[in-house]
Ligand binder design. Structure first.
Ligand code: AP5
Length: 218
């Protein structure tokens, strides 16, 4: 089963993805995480992606689409057998959505659901400002909503927690503008295909997960 998580920065896509992985053994394809991995390992892709991410702009499609297929093709047989594959942060514009549709047809597969997170802008900014991530295992926290047991230390692996480079005020503002200009059109795009599931992203992470299961009919 192939599911897209669609929503603005800070909407809770990664948080829901982690719950679905934990409870249902899903596979996550998170383009932002793939770029950050490449940046920290100083790969050619990372060097190219960094300036776009630092500004909060979209990384060009020619650097993005192929890496999604590389990741998907490792799991496409599991998807046919019912395992959930989560597209987290992809597609992010109409060209990416059309490339995804075309690639799915070529693989005799389809997107089953698109989970759209409805969250007001002031909540997004508060969530992103309070987010802390682990430098080692990538676990994500929030200083008020989901604090670690020890300040700035990861519960899971004991490493230091930091703020993401693109979680500063100026970049967040641009990320939200980019979402409104390029990504939000995908809400109508997928709604017209009859596969959009809208979720109230202002609820708690557990309630968001429950609503996800309800909407899936589980
Ligand atoms: P990416 O890494 O995808 O970031 P994003 O879309 O901006 O999303 P975030 O990771 O900020 O938020 P999220 O929705 O996952 O929220 P989270 O669960 O962490 O992309 C980064 C950059 O990479 C882009 O700007 C672009 O440059 C590039 N990029 C990526 N994909 C691309 C693509 N396809 N094409 C081109 N470029 C691409 O939650 C946020 C915080 O809120 C956390 O602290 C969490 O604890 C808290 N929280 C979450 N849910 C709740 C809740 N229900 N209640 C209370 N608090 C909550």
């Amino acid at each position: 089963m192939n599911i897209i998580l669609l929503g603005p920065p800070g909407a809770g896509k990664g948080t829901l993805a982690n719950k679905i992985i934990e409870k249902k053994g899903a596979v996550q394809i998170a383009t932002g995480d793939i770029f950050r991995y490449n940046i920290s390992n100083k790969t050619e892709l990372g060097l190219k992606a960094k300036s776009y991410m630092d500004r909060g702009d979209l990384v060009p499609d020619e650097l993005t689409i192929d890496l999604v297929w590389d990741a998907f093709d490792k799991h496409k047989d599991e998807s046919k057998e019912g395992r959930i594959i989560l597209f987290d942060g992809f597609p992010r514009n109409l060209d990416q959505a059309k490339a995804l549709d075309q690639g799915m047809i070529e693989r005799n597969q389809k997107i089953d659901h698109v989970v759209y997170f409805d969250v007001a802008e002031e909540i997004l900014i508060e969530r992103i400002a309070g987010r802390r991530v682990c430098t080692n295992c990538g676990a994500s926290y929030h200083i008020h909503n989901n604090p670690p047991k020890r300040e700035d230390i990861c519960d899971k692996c004991g490493e230091e927690l930091i703020q993401r480079d693109d979680d500063n005020e100026k970049t967040v503002k641009n990320r939200i503008d980019v979402y409104n200009a390029h990504t939000s059109v995908l809400i109508d795009y997928f709604n017209e295909k009859g596969i959009l599931l809208s979720i109230d992203g202002t609820n708690s992470p557990d309630e968001v997960f429950e609503e996800f299961l309800d909407k899936l009919g589980e």
